[in-house]
Design a protein around this ligand. Structure first.
Ligand SMILES: [Zn+2]
Length: 144
């Protein structure tokens, strides 16, 4: 299995650092994050060192998302939040990990001032049309 000695998650997966594992199978580990947004915030992590969610092989992608869904259902039943959300960022640790966490209000994950700033600064309609057309052109010439 491909791992990376410079990667925090690879060290966690190999058991070289303490973790709070809640689930493990051949391909994935689910662990509590030590910086939870709310109690019940877990990370679904591939055992293999893969940098980004869009680099995950198709055959592993569906099991990854099914495990994310399973964890979301567990969190929903256990913590009864307003909603369960999933996030992938990967700007810091470049190892696939999907955050799955309960939220209890609209601004649990996005601060109100950021949300309001986005809502008050909409691009012009022609800019949105241009970006949408850019996507349409790209996707038409790059089939999956
Ligand atoms: Zn890694």
């Amino acid at each position: 299995m491909n791992t990376n000695n410079d990667c925090l998650f690879c060290h966690l997966i190999r058991g070289e650092l303490p973790t709070y594992r809640v689930y493990e199978d051949d391909n994935f580990i689910v662990m509590l994050t030590i910086h939870p947004g709310n109690p019940g915030h877990v990370l679904v992590v591939t055992k293999e060192h893969i940098a980004s969610f869009y680099d995950v092989e198709d055959t592993l992608y569906t099991p990854l998302m099914l495990l994310v869904k399973r964890m979301a259902l567990a969190i929903n039943a256990m913590f009864q939040p307003l909603q369960v959300v999933m996030e992938t960022a990967g700007i810091g640790n470049r190892h696939v990990h999907v955050h799955v966490l309960p939220v209890y209000s609209l601004y649990d994950r996005v601060p109100q001032e950021v949300q309001e700033q986005q809502e008050t600064h909409s691009p012009a309609e022609e800019d949105l049309v241009e970006v949408a057309q850019h996507f349409a052109g790209y996707l038409a010439t790059h089939p999956s």
